[in-house]
Design a protein around this ligand. Sequence first.
Ligand code: HEM
Length: 579
Amino acid sequence: MDFPSSIDVNLPLGRFPSLWSTWLDLNDNVRAILGIGCLILIPIIMNYAIAWAMYHWQHWNVDEQQIPPEYPSFIPYIGNIIPFIFDGKNFVQRVTSYAGRVTSTRLNVLGQEIYIFQEPETLAALWKSPVLSSPIQSYVFALKYICGMQEKALSPYRADDSGSYPKPFPGTQVEPHNRVDYIIHQGVQRGLVGPGLVPTTRRLTKAVTRKIEHLQVSKEWTVIPDLSRFMYDIVGVSIIESICGPSLMSINPAFADDFWTYDKNVPWLSRGIPSFVIPNAYRVRDRLIDQLKNWHSFAKSHFTESDIEDDGDSDRFWGSEMMRSRQKTLRRVDDQDNDSIASSDLGLIWASVSNILGASTLATAHVFKDRNLLSRVREIARNHSEDQGEHTELELKQLQKDPLLSSVYAEVLRLYSKAFMIAKSPHVDVSLGRWWFPKDTMGLANSHVSHMNDNFWNTKCGLYPIDTFWADRFVQDPRDPSSGPMRPEFQGKERKAHNEPFFSLKGLEGAWIPYGGGHKQCPGRFLAKAVVISTCILLSQRFDIEMLTESMEMSPWKFGLGVLRPKTELPFRIRRRMS
Ligand code: HEM
């Protein structure tokens, strides 16, 4: 049908007829395609509009206790997955903010409901709950994709709904020898928080001190291309030695280099990128698993009880009681074999190295970049060292209580830790104040969102913005009401009990969360603090370091996996100080 052209120009709604005539001028195929497009698009837009309205309505409806509102997604089912995986930082920040405040939210990702809890009080309530287990799906995911565990060995992990407490959850059918969640949890607790803490810290600080003492650096400047690699050779290798003993790397001389390459590839492995795209990452992981198996059989055939040292923990074959006992407990779990135990050990070693390495590197970079901070750190070191050089174990322990050093350590973790913590309640719904956390669903918390909460952290009225490093942020000075980590209105009465500047994490539960919280909190946190502080002290005392780059841009790819790493190499020059 032809449309009279005269109407076209004279009608007050002249645009409508011209659109209409354009539509009629199109050929049938194009009209059919556009028609189908509209049929698909209109329900999507309506669905989005309804989801959007529901989202806001649930946020305004503050009187009721409810499950967190579902964040609307333009394309149902798959809408959230792409930004979640590839733009995690901005996506998580966006979905957990409402009307300028941090909030909790619900996402639908590939048909699965995921809850993100973020308000400090909600997180504090979450971590007090005694009914949470480990999120077994995420264990399975990490063991499969990051550590290369085979499907059969993963089945007892998938089946374990008994929780990580000594007493299994009521209703579970899992047999005691298959309680992998509890077995792993209690093993690392004993090794890193319980009786193993003192001997492991001693081995670790000794190894770090020895490596720093023996650095091949003279009194002349030497240029070194990358601070991260330099710190890996000190801190990363020391932590592997202190947990696994000297034999792992002495019988596998390529282990340290292979592990460095593997660690760089973990962000890709964790995204499930297949082996034909990143063959080298898979090859290096296979090599590490072979080397771990080689170490296991070497240690098994050489170790006797008499090798255990007087501290009751160390031995030169397995390294520590934690690694010795994992061999027994994990082997008893159904369907485990040499490969699966090696994959599991690879995961533990990665957890031990990855974050501590990032934290020590960034703390060192910040201390040496700021001359004033460096001289304050050196002054503290001098005051704690009797012979103006060597630090005794006791001195290093006392240095961990120093407010400035503790603040530098805490601020590095506040600024650079971007971990997802995962929680699940397999059997009962959990009340978290305003929100419900339904049973058998996945709950997440992200440290980046908590650490960048502008409404909580003190910036001294914008002088030290939330996304910048301020060495003194965590120092509380009783004489300065504007000091301390949180905004003055959140400060407790604690500072009244002090006369001198002090460091305390009181009141930061649910806000400073680099280690997660509650029962599943990182067991390596005490070791981490000891190492970050000892490394800063020892390096600043013995060496001059000048960073040869201004850039401290972080790679976004480790977002969600812990402490970030610099995007590029950090070149620097170093020389031994005149004593
Ligand atoms: C700055 C250093 C570190 C940071 C920021 C860090 C952070 C974390 C985080 C966020 C978790 C997950 C907690 C949760 O799910 O709620 C975790 C778990 C864990 N971390 Fe660390 N970590 C650090 C150092 C270490 C070290 C040095 C070790 C070992 C020597 C270690 C061993 C572990 C282990 C074994 C787990 C799993 C615990 C379990 O499943 O029960 N971490 N860590």
